[in-house]
Write a protein that binds this ligand. Structure first.
Ligand code: NAP
Length: 304
């Protein structure tokens, strides 16, 4: 029987700890502010935005919401981002993805001030992560690392298999595990014999977005099974990529869906907003180039 990794509980602990830090900073005259931009009317995105607003309120972070109707032209969105970049009360900017058709995602991400890019999607921040000197840690992979730390699971020397190679999850996840001295394999839709690779994993991170992809026979006994995915099954219920009931008796640790990685992602966004505000002086972002390499190559363990 695997230990169920309680992301919901840990995220709540992190938010409480962040609330104290936010309060301290606010007393010094810097109240962290997060702007969330939602373009179009995707119902799932609207729920994510609502949740982020609630997290901000709990942490004492000021939230600014910008709802743009479907059909908003690219120029209008990038002008809004230019305003937010210049606004000293806003330390973090998040544009909810995916954007509606007709809007150029790459251009929008590139227009965000990298010092306010709390999602860590801007090329400058991706480069810093890649070099092992991140300014902001990418939220979902950082959430996974924080969960591993909470359960005292050290990736060093372990075979870490990541299923998925997206810019948002798979690639940065592989990098964070690599920086913590894991031996990393990345699988994707063209990987033949997926099970033969996942069965070698001491730590398996599934981020394919395919319900039922990872079954019990694809798991090494005693493995750590981290399910990042958020899918809807045929009954419309939220589920991950892993067949939980098959894997739970085999693995040593497993994350539930929901209640595992999802809440951790949101907590890391709050952490990044605080980080952005802390590095602000006189209302302007300080243009530091990332943190010390020790943060990544030694330990990414963070004090919450
Ligand atoms: P994505 O951009 O669609 O990427 C999915 C990746 O999985 C791709 O690299 C794809 O390979 C790979 N893949 C697809 N089918 C596969 C298969 N049969 N075998 C092996 N690999 C396969 O998705 P994403 O944005 O990374 O998100 C992945 C999942 O995580 C989704 O369910 C999403 O909802 C969830 N998510 C959760 C959180 C959270 O906070 N928990 C945050 C972000 C995302 P190719 O590159 O070859 O196409």
């Amino acid at each position: 029987m695997a230990v169920i990794m309680d992301g919901k509980g840990l995220a709540s602990k992190i938010r409480s700890s962040l609330a104290e830090k936010v309060n301290k900073l606010s007393r010094k005259g810097i109240r962290p502010g997060l702007a969330v931009v939602l373009a179009g009317n995707d119902p799932a995105s609207a729920i994510y935005v609502k949740n982020k607003k609630a997290d901000c309120a709990e942490c004492g972070i000021e939230s600014f919401e910008y709802l743009l109707p479907d059909g908003t032209p690219q120029g209008e969105l990038t002008s809004l981002i230019a305003e937010l970049n210049a606004n000293g009360k806003i330390h973090g900017i998040l544009v909810q993805l995916p954007l509606p058709r007709g809007l150029n995602e790459a251009e929008v991400i590139a227009s965000i001030d990298p010092c306010k890019d709390v999602d860590a999607f801007h090329a400058e921040n991706v480069g810093l992560i890649c070099q092992g000197t991140p300014r902001f840690l990418p939220c979902t992979p950082a959430g996974v690392m924080a969960l591993l730390d909470e359960y005292k699971i050290d990736p060093a020397g372990k075979h870490c298999v990541v299923v998925g190679r997206s810019n948002i999850v798979g690639k940065p996840q592989a990098l964070l595990l690599l920086h913590r001295h894991g031996t990393v394999s990345i699988c994707h839709s063209r990987t033949p014999g997926l099970g033969s690779i996942t069965r070698q994993a001491d730590i398996l991170v599934a981020a394919a977005g395919k319900a039922g992809l990872i079954t019990g026979e694809m798991i090494k006994p005693g493995a750590i099974a981290i399910d990042v995915a958020m899918n809807r099954n045929e009954q419309g219920t939220l589920c991950g990529d892993m067949v939980f009931d098959e894997i739970e008796p085999i693995a040593a640790y497993i994350t539930p869906v929901p209640g595992g990685v999802g809440p951790m992602t949101r907590a890391m966004l709050m952490q990044n907003t605080l980080t952005a505000a802390e590095s602000t002086m006189n209302g302007r972002p300080v243009r530091l180039c990332g943190t010390s390499p020790d943060v990544v190559q030694g330990s990414t363990r963070r004090r919450y």
